[in-house]
Write a protein that binds this ligand. Structure first.
Ligand code: GTR
Length: 684
């Protein structure tokens, strides 16, 4: 123990025996009060997630002083804890939060030293997550550890088990194989092992794993971990701390007044309720009933109401695209381009999607692979664009063979990896280390999304295709803005985007611009004739990329819906409340103030579409896609057309279609886009 030289150990022993004498070199917290609770966790990074943030503050909000010790070794499992205890090895970081809430890290501490450090009230053990559902990994080590601890702690001290949690469904963690990569299997196994161990040793259980699982059965879904297994920095950590609190104090955490950082009211409330339900029903998932007022809610959480009845669309007034914020009318096209357009773009950037940086100074690229494709009809080029040494995007490009000069191209991101775009066996899968950084990712079979990318048709008609995977820019789940490119813009000490800094859609759109930077150097693609295209969430992104970056020659929105082409004020299908609930990472912080408050938005999406002018704009819907509000998409498109008209632009620059069928991008959609591109991107 670094802070406790051996020479003082005798004095320390005396101080521990007579705690009224200030502990010389010992750490028994003197500022504690008589009702202070002292918690010691013998754990690893999972206990770090659970007790090192929020927990002290949650207790304090209810008037309790809580001293917390966390004996930390990354990935440590019961067998190893026992081995280290037996050898009295000072191998731990003893991370202690005092009565004042300040964490001090004491390196080189042994379990016996930590046990003697305070008159603990609660000591917890946990298994490492990968082993946690394997019963054979518990004994005899847990028995030994419990005996070892009992000899060294006050008689009244409770020993509890901190239940760990199952991984995200597509987690890349190597230990997931122990559960056939099945979240349900892992959760069931964890419930059984911890339940059995708690009964066997008569220990209390802190049902963190159940709380996590509860949250996955709400609108929050997989937005609970930051990398597939560790807790999301804000939501997940708060959730497990709530669980700890309620299990320790046997006092409901619902309504606790502490507000964790970077979580809205909804998710704060959600975490409290998931934790509470877990403590009430530790061995099973509770489907939290947000509609039921007699549920343990304090009534803050509003259920998501989805309207798909056209007669129930509320009355609304759209902002006039041609009136400035200060009430002045836009009277000339020049005024639109020089004043109104920048004003609107700034509003969309700061109030909805979040600002992104420009091009990075030290970006580099390299050709990772190149070769013939489509039976010689195309050239395939795979390019890595490096943002930093470890952060890069792999871009898959197909270029028609035998073209007469650089070709026009479609650029669109893909949802599940480049290899899903075509059965072409030369498409690179991400390097395992790179994929690991996605956190949540499941390698998909080659070509399983090929129907969305009619490569033969695109190439056959003389266009290139440029695509890359969303995860290379920012994995599509809320991890608290730690992964992906988001941290690239953090200033020193910053851990979370400012309310007007980019969310994931904005980061993705930024990625499209960076790929366009590369294309400007590619001899085979004409970067001045690149259409930004995207389906659904990637349609929102394509629109944003083209709105922001006028180098894109065209924008195509396929079923982009809420946050894309559809009007927000109609509140039909997906609303601001539902989209920000399920995808809290997509937008910037400022956008949340418009939830249930759409009429106060300083814009609507017709003005977003109008930002594409004077370039060609295509909006498409599908009849059965009520979630994306096809009517709202069409009305918004018409609102944008009015701006095109005002600007004196030809009607041929804007096109809309609605096809039969469901949400999706089909060959039929693509045929329309190719025709539209023929009109505007081909040199006649
Ligand atoms: C839905 C989401 C939509 C849309 C869609 C998609 O779950 O609510 O806004 O983006 O996903 O991207 O397929």
């Amino acid at each position: 123990m670094r802070e406790t030289p051996k020479i003082l150990s005798a004095v320390l022993a005396i101080c521990l025996l007579f705690p009224a004498i200030p502990a010389l070199g010992g750490r028994h917290d003197q500022s504690a009060s008589p009702d202070t609770l002292r918690l010691l966790c013998i754990g690893n990074s999972f206990s770090k997630d659970a007790v090192e943030q929020n927990l002290h503050e949650i207790a304090l909000a209810d008037g309790h002083i809580l001293i917390i010790g966390n004996m930390y070794i990354g990935g440590c499992y019961l067998e190893k804890h026992w081995m280290l205890a037996e050898r009295d090895s000072a191998a731990y970081s003893f991370r202690k939060i005092g009565a004042d809430g300040v964490l001090v890290n004491h390196h080189d501490t042994s379990i016996s030293q930590a046990l003697a450090d305070e008159p603990w009230d609660v000591v917890t053990f946990q298994q490492s997550s990968g082993l946690s559902g394997l019963p054979e990994s518990y004994e005899p080590w847990l028995t030994n550890l419990v005996k070892y601890a009992r000899k060294r702690i006050p008689r009244r001290c409770r020993i509890m088990l901190m239940q760990t949690w199952a991984y995200a469904s597509n987690a890349t963690n190597q230990f997931y194989g122990n559960y056939d990569s099945s979240q349900q299997k892992m959760f069931d196994a964890i419930c059984k092992t911890y339940g059995d161990a708690a009964r066997k040793h008569r220990l209390g259980l802190i049902p963190c794993g159940t709380a996590v699982q509860n949250s996955r059965h709400t609108f929050n879904r997989e937005n609970v971990t930051r990398d597939g297994y560790h807790m999301h920095k804000w939501f997940g950590r708060y959730l497990v701390a709530c669980t700890f609190y309620e299990a320790l104090y046997k006092q409901s955490v619902v309504g606790n007044g502490y507000r964790p950082p970077h979580l809205g009211e909804e998710r704060t409330d959600l975490a409290q309720r998931c934790a509470h339900a877990a403590c009430e029903h530790p061995g099973t998932v509770t489907q939290i009933d947000f509609d039921n007022p007699s549920d343990t809610s304090n009534g803050r959480w509003k259920p998501v109401q989805v309207n798909t009845d056209p007669s129930k669309v509320p009355a609304y007034t759209l902002p006039d695209a041609l009136t400035m914020q200060d009430g002045h009318k836009v009277t000339t096209p020049e005024q639109w381009y020089s004043e109104r357009r920048p004003e609107l773009l700034e509003l969309f950037e700061t109030q909805m999607y979040g600002k992104a940086p420009g091009r990075l100074e030290d970006m580099e690229w390299e050709i990772a692979e190149e070769g013939p494709a489509l039976d010689g009809k195309a050239l395939r080029r795979q390019v890595r664009i490096f943002f930093t040494k470890n952060k890069y995007v792999t871009v898959l490009i197909y270029i028609p063979e035998g073209a007469d000069g650089p070709v026009p191209a479609f650029m669109g991101m893909n949802f599940e990896g480049n290899a899903t775009v075509s059965p072409d066996t030369s498409i690179l899968y991400p390097e395992p280390e790179h994929a690991k950084a996605y956190g949540i990712y499941k390698e998909q079979p080659r070509g399983n999304r090929a129907s969305r990318w009619p490569l033969e048709d695109i190439i056959g008609r003389g266009y290139g295709l440029v695509t890359f995977h969303t995860s290379d820019i920012d994995p599509d789940f809320d991890d608290g803005f730690g992964n992906g490119v988001t941290p690239l813009i953090y200033r020193k000490g910053q851990v979370y985007p400012e309310p007007d800094q980019w969310g994931t859609l904005s980061a993705w759109a930024w990625g499209m611009s960076r790929v366009l930077d590369y294309l400007e150097t590619d001899p085979d693609v004409d970067a001045a004739r690149v259409a930004a295209i995207g389906h659904s969430r990637l349609g929102k992104t394509a629109l944003l990329a083209a709105a922001r970056d006028t180098r894109f020659a065209m924008a195509i929105s396929n079923d982009s819906g809420c946050g894309g082409a559809a009007l927000s004020r109609r509140r039909y299908g997906e609303t601001l409340r539902s989209i920000t609930g399920t995808f809290p990472h997509w937008f910037c912080g400022n956008f949340f103030k418009y939830i249930d408050n759409e009429d106060s938005l300083p814009f609507d999406q017709h003005e977003f579409l109008a930002l594409i002018a004077p370039r060609p704009l295509y909006v498409a819907s599908a009849e059965n896609d009520s979630w994306a509000d096809p009517v709202g998409e069409r009305l918004s498109f018409q609102g944008a057309q009015a701006v095109y008209d005002f600007l004196g632009l030809d009607r041929s620059l804007t096109r809309y279609h609605i096809r039969e069928g469901a949400h999706g991008i089909t060959l039929e959609d693509w045929k329309h886009y190719l025709d539209f591109a023929d009109d505007h991107l081909l040199k006649h």
